[in-house]
Design a protein around this ligand. Structure first.
Ligand SMILES: [Zn+2]
Length: 137
């Protein structure tokens, strides 16, 4: 979500906009005209003040997650594909995997008791019952 500062011409028509990460950054603009947050932007853009990358809705839609389940070790038997990030976080509660790890590192695994018994887990590890990975289209 972005904070927008709209730039108007002399007739009050919006001719341009500046994109900011926060109200704090937006206030640095000479065109600042009050709080205008919670705006969606189409594609990724950096904050005009601090440069932090703001994720656009088009980019968000390109990221989905796949959750898989294994009945027998080393075999990927069940797949749930095209899961949104929001849904994936919801499901991480139910299935007991680490949503943060998937978002930050791209992949995580599930164990029967939800306890990670390995330093370097692989999908073929005997006890792995499933996993979740990020898909960028
Ligand atoms: Zn900023």
């Amino acid at each position: 979500m972005a904070h927008l500062v709209l730039i108007e011409d002399d007739n009050g028509d919006v001719v341009d906009q500046e994109v900011y990460c926060s109200d704090f950054c937006a206030k640095q603009s000479e065109h600042y005209a009050g709080w205008n947050g919670c705006n969606e932007i189409g594609s990724n853009e950096p904050c005009a003040e601090c440069g932090v990358e703001l994720v656009g809705v088009n980019e968000m839609e390109k990221t989905t997650y796949t959750i898989w389940f294994s009945d027998s070790p080393g075999h990927q038997d069940g797949y749930l594909e095209n899961i949104s990030e929001e849904k994936m976080i919801e499901m991480s509660d139910r299935y007991g995997f680490d949503a943060e790890e998937v978002i930050n590192h791209g992949e995580t695994y599930m164990w029967p008791e939800g306890i990670e018994p390995y330093d370097n887990p692989r999908p073929t590890s005997d006890d792995v019952v499933g996993g979740c990975y990020r898909v960028n289209k």
